[in-house]
Design a protein around this ligand. Structure first.
Ligand code: GTP
Ligand code: MG
Length: 234
C-alpha cells in the first residue's frame, strides 16, 4: 500500500491568502530561506522528482503551492502540504521580495488550517535572523519540525556541530511550540524516513482532532528533540 506521502498530488496554487482552499483540511507548511531546499524536501518526502518545483535559481517558488494527501477518490484530502516562497532572497526587486515575504508570513500568522510547520534550514547556515524572526511570530500551538537539510554537503563532525548549535539555540529560545530537529538531505535520503514518520503522526493527530471537532492535545514542548535526535545521530 502506498504511504500517505506517496499520494501527494498538486491541488492548487495561491498568490493571495483569499485563494487558498476552504474547508479546514489540515495544512503542513514548508517554510525557510530562499534556496534552503524546501521544494526538494517535499519531493524527497513524497518520493516524487518534480512534484514541487526545485531550482538552482533562488526565488523559484513564488506562490503558496498546495499538494493534497490521502485517497484520491475520497471526498476531501486528509491533509495538504503547502510549499511556500522562501524569504531573504537578496537580489529580488524589493517590491517582489515584500510580496513573497508577506504572503508566506501572513499565511503563517493567520491561516487557521495551518496544523504544523516544517522549517527548512541549510545546514551550512543554521538559524539566520530571518528564521529567528519567523519563529518568534508563529502561532504558538503549531508544532515545528526543523530540518537541517543539505547535510550531504558536510562531514559527520560538522553535521553534529551544526545540529548541536541549532538545538542549543532552539532550547534557549524557549518557544511555546513543540519543536523537533533532524539532520536531513534530499539528495542522500538522510532523515527522510524520520521526517516522514513525524509528518504521518501529525496528520493522524490532525485527523483525530478534526473527527472530534476539537484541537489535539499538545505534545510536550521540546521533548521531541531528544526523540528525533536519538533516532538520527549525525
Ligand atoms: N546537495 C544538496 N542539494 C540540495 C538539497 N536540497 C536542495 N538542494 C539544491 O538546492 C537548490 C535549491 O533547492 P530548492 O528545493 O529549489 O529550494 P527552495 O527552498 O524550494 O527554494 P525557493 O523556492 O527559491 O525558496 C537546488 O539546486 C537543489 O538541487 C540537498 O539535500 N542536498
Ligand atoms: Mg521552492
Amino acid at each position: 500500500m502506498a504511504s500517505l506521502l506517496q499520494t501527494a498530488r498538486f491541488a492548487t496554487t495561491a498568490a493571495k491568502l483569499a485563494q487558498l482552499p476552504r474547508g479546514g483540511v489540515p495544512e503542513i507548511a514548508f517554510v525557510g530561506r530562499s534556496n534552503a531546499g524546501k521544494s526538494s524536501a517535499i519531493n524527497a518526502l513524497c518520493q516524487r522528482r518534480r512534484l514541487a518545483f526545485a531550482s538552482k535559481t533562488p526565488g523559484r517558488t513564488q506562490a503558496l503551492n498546495c499538494f493534497a494527501l490521502g485517497p484520491e477518490r475520497a471526498p476531501r484530502p486528509v491533509a495538504m502540504i503547502v510549499d511556500t516562497p522562501g524569504y531573504g532572497f537578496a537580489s529580488a526587486p524589493l517590491a517582489v521580495k515584500r510580496g513573497w515575504d508577506q504572503l508566506a508570513g501572513r499565511y503563517l500568522q493567520l491561516r487557521q488550517a495551518l496544523y504544523a510547520v516544517v522549517l527548512v534550514l541549510d545546514v551550512r547556515r543554521g538559524l539566520t535572523d530571518l528564521d529567528r524572526a519567523l519563529l518568534r511570530w508563529m502561532q504558538p500551538d503549531v508544532p515545528i519540525l526543523a530540518l537541517l537539510t543539505k547535510s550531504d554537503k558536510l562531514g559527520r563532525a560538522q553535521q553534529r556541530q551544526a545540529l548541536d548549535a541549532v538545538e542549543a539555540e532552539l532550547r534557549a529560545a524557549r518557544l511555546p511550540n513543540p519543536v523537533s530537529l533532524l539532520a536531513f538531505s534530499s539528495t542522500s535520503g538522510l532523515g527522510v524516513e524520520q521526517a516522514r514518520a513525524w509528518l504521518e503522526a501529525i496528520v493522524a493527530e490532525a485527523g483525530a482532532a478534526v473527527a472530534e471537532g476539537e484541537p489535539a492535545p499538545e505534545p510536550e514542548t521540546l521533548a521531541d528533540i531528544d526523540r528525533v535526535r536519538s533516532a538520527n545521530p549525525p
